[in-house]
Design a protein around this ligand. Structure first.
Ligand code: SF4
Length: 361
């Protein structure tokens, strides 16, 4: 099967052409066609030399997925379900904010982290996505915007869809290099956020890397007992180890870090949890940390969890603020569609299984 052309960084594309007797500089024309003019076929790559196009066409494809389903919300959120060449389905979400358009991308088919509240984690990882498949999600959304003709552009990227991006580190890193390349999509590094469930070793690697984009860490609980209940990864990487890697990241990068905290009714949303969280963050980290409180979107499969009351969310927020912790409550998008991450995908997969079962009886 041919690889995705979107998976090549500009340097790698130039080297690939050079190895085949082409001038390295010809890569720029291909890059220009792909990311500036955003062509969708080789025939449209008129600025590139025909011999370059022929070589590329021989080994790479531009499209590796098709749109399977989409849901559009009244607030402009669009949830796409893309079908990969191997039949797997992945989710990508476009969200509209006052500050621009952001896209949330998926990095793996399924996820092995198994957070107990998550619709995506119900389906184990079957494979990693290639860098090209992650870039193509952005390009599909951008092509959709191009077709609408309003001149809208994807301005922000959040790597928070299905999967643990640090469990697919190399492809995630190439994806970031490609989308932030100033000669291509040129998405600003400060407009890109990668979210991890807390793989401590990879947080250090990320801190030492050239990527220089924002990091969000899913904490979801202020102590080990509670965190292990909510996220089984905490057994392998307890909070102390995670905080050490966060300290390393803050020292190395001096960049702000987001702590994600999903609020689950009567589980982790009490005032004492907020105070414990403020203490865990501590004075030293406080200037560089922002806590993002996420009201839970209930999913059928996790009936043990409910959404926190509005007063509890307010009280949690106030308690953190009072302790001098910078925090915000995540604005919700697409509440009239399958809003929780992975919900649309798991629904579709269940529906197909039910159909297959019904057909076999
Ligand atoms: S929340 Fe993220 S890391 Fe946890 S199971 Fe879901 S997709 Fe995986």
């Amino acid at each position: 099967m041919k690889d995705s052309l979107y998976g090549l960084t500009l340097d790698r594309l130039a080297a690939w052409l050079e190895e085949r007797g082409q001038k390295k500089s010809r890569a720029s024309a291909v890059w220009e066609a792909l990311y500036r003019r955003r062509v969708t076929s080789y025939e449209q790559m008129t600025e590139a030399r025909p011999e370059c196009v022929a070589l590329l066409e021989d080994q790479y494809v531009i499209h590796t997925m098709t749109e399977h389903t989409r849901q559009e919300s009244a607030d402009g959120t669009v949830k796409y379900l893309f079908k990969l060449r191997d039949g797997n389905l992945i989710e990508t979400v476009l969200m509209r904010h006052k500050f621009g358009l952001s896209v949330c991308v998926t990095t793996q088919v399924g996820c092995n982290i198994g957070c107990s509240f998550c619709a995506s984690g119900l389906l184990a990882k079957s494979r990693d996505l290639s860098a090209g498949e992650i870039v193509e999600q952005i390009m599909n959304v951008q092509h959709d915007l191009d077709r609408a003709g309003q001149g809208e552009r994807v301005t922000h990227i959040v790597v928070m869809g299905i999967g643990e991006p640090f469990d697919n580190y190399d492809n995630m890193a190439d994806f970031i290099r490609i989308v932030k390349d100033p000669k291509g999509l040129a998405i600003g590094p400060r407009h890109i956020t990668v979210s991890t469930s807390g793989l401590a070793g990879k947080i250090r690697e990320f801190a030492d890397s050239d990527l220089q984009v924002n990091l969000a860490v899913s904490l979801h609980a202020p102590n080990n007992e509670l965190r292990t209940r909510i996220m089984k990864i905490n057994r392998a990487i307890p909070i102390e180890k995670l905080m050490e890697s966060i300290d390393y990241y803050l020292e190395r990068t001096n960049r702000r870090l987001t702590i994600e905290y999903i609020l689950l009714k009567d589980v982790n949303d009490r005032r004492e949890h907020a105070l414990e969280l403020a203490e865990l963050i501590g004075e030293k980290r406080r200037p560089l940390v922002n806590v993002n409180l996420i009201p839970y979107n209930p999913v059928d499969e996790h009936s043990q969890y409910q959404r926190s009351e509005q007063e509890s969310i307010r009280a949690f927020y106030d308690a953190l603020k009072k302790q001098g912790v910078s925090c915000s409550v995540r604005l919700e998008h697409g509440t009239d569609i399958d809003a929780a991450c992975g919900q649309l995908r798991s629904k579709q997969i269940r529906a197909s299984r039910d159909e297959a079962k019904a057909a076999s009886v």
